[in-house]
Design a protein around this ligand. Structure first.
Ligand code: MG
Length: 376
């Protein structure tokens, strides 16, 4: 069997969802999804496909690493080139699973677990009162989630410009109050994650981490910008509040220092963005040497989410994966199966081959990203 063609399509959603279809001369196809690669990822895949047509679709890691090393001077360390390769990588896993009639997790070493715990990213924002927060939290809990995440940054800020990361007294109090209200609305059994999207400096983050200790949050996410691991470690070592980071890093190489310096308590690679199923399994294995849990960031559709779940099944240190689709309308309709892959807060892995669900192209096309072509 040889790769015959690679085609792309893109839909709107959390930014752009880029679909990659790998076709073979045997008539078997695989579908992959990647996110946050931008329109440049489409051009990169179009360029890379010429190097893959005629190749063995089963040599997935070799293709990924060969193309990455071959383009290391063109961005093969991080960014859109890696995300483009990730979309191809996931499609190749789907294809290989279908060709061998096994789920991807069987090809990655087999399962540690049958069900994958999911948390909901929800719209609790600065400015909400307790009644509004309770309404959002009740909606999340009614769907069976055992954990959710809130954004405590954003909103109006006093005495601050767009580039300043020092939290004022007023902002600090607002962040703590918001967590207190979410924690109270959720109850003791529900885990609450807190995201500040890189928006604090070290002293502001340390103060927040310490004042959140009383609420036993699931984690405080990206308290400071992700690129300085020493600064992140300062925050991590300052309190018992777990610190989580990694959604803006790529490859094992991007995670190596973060993990080896033990600069975070939890890592959160975005699997359909930062290197794909095989690379993220290796990142998780590296983290496991330091007993660091793996909690993937995820904004993908059901296809990218379920693909990520296959990796989550095959590592011991999986903690929880994100669901970022509460406010969007085609979560269940964009797949041919027309079902919610999350039931009572968990993804239950099936024994269907490949990823296990198929893109409904007719529905997808209704959300076609402006200016892109559709599997042309
Ligand atoms: Mg985040």
């Amino acid at each position: 069997m040889k790769i015959a063609n690679i085609k792309t399509a893109a839909t709107t959603g959390h930014g752009m969802h880029l679909w990659v279809k790998v076709e073979t001369d045997a008539g078997i196809t695989g579908i992959g999804e990647c996110v946050h690669g931008g329109v440049q990822a489409i051009a990169i895949i179009d360029y890379l496909k010429e190097r893959l047509i005629g190749a063995d679709p089963f040599a997935i890691d070799a293709h990924f690493e060969g193309l990455r090393r071959g383009h290391v001077f063109d961005g093969g360390m991080s960014g859109a080139l890696i995300t483009a390769l990730t979309g191809i990588e996931i499609a190749l896993w789907d294809l290989k699973g279908k060709a061998l009639k096994v789920p991807i997790y069987e090809l990655l070493g087999g399962k540690f677990r049958d069900r994958i715990r999911v948390y909901a990213d929800c719209e609790v924002n600065p400015g909400m009162d307790f009644g509004q927060i309770t309404q959002v939290v009740d909606g999340v809990l009614e769907r069976g989630f055992t954990a959710f995440k809130i954004d405590v940054d954003g909103g109006s800020a006093k005495n601050k410009d767009a580039f300043n990361k020092t939290a004022s007294e007023w902002e600090h109090d607002r962040m703590v109050r918001l967590v207190e209200m979410a924690h109270r609305a959720a109850g003791e059994e529900i885990a609450v994650g807190v995201d500040v999207h890189t928006n604090l400096d070290v002293p502001s983050a340390v103060r927040l981490a310490r004042d959140l200790e009383q609420f036993h949050v699931m984690w405080l996410e990206e308290p400071v910008p992700p690129e300085n691991y020493d600064a992140m470690r300062e925050v991590k070592r300052s309190s018992s509040t777990p610190i989580c980071s990694g959604e803006n890093l790529y490859l094992r190489h991007g995670f190596r220092d973060l993990i080896e310096k033990q600069a975070v308590d939890i890592i959160m690679p975005d699997i359909p963005k930062c290197g794909g199923l095989s690379e993220c399994r290796k990142i998780a294995n590296l983290a496991e040497l330091y007993y660091i849990p793996f909690a993937p960031h995820n904004v993908a559709s059901p296809i990218g989410t379920l693909a990520s779940a296959h990796t989550c099944a095959t590592i011991p240190n999986f903690l929880i994966i994100e669901f970022h689709w509460l406010q969007r309308d085609y979560w269940t309709t964009i797949i041919q199966e027309k079902e919610d892959i999350i039931k009572d807060g968990y993804i239950h892995l099936s024994d269907r081959p490949g990823i296990g669900v198929e893109l409904d192209e007719e529905v997808g096309r209704q959300y076609q990203y402006p200016g892109t072509s559709w599997f042309a």
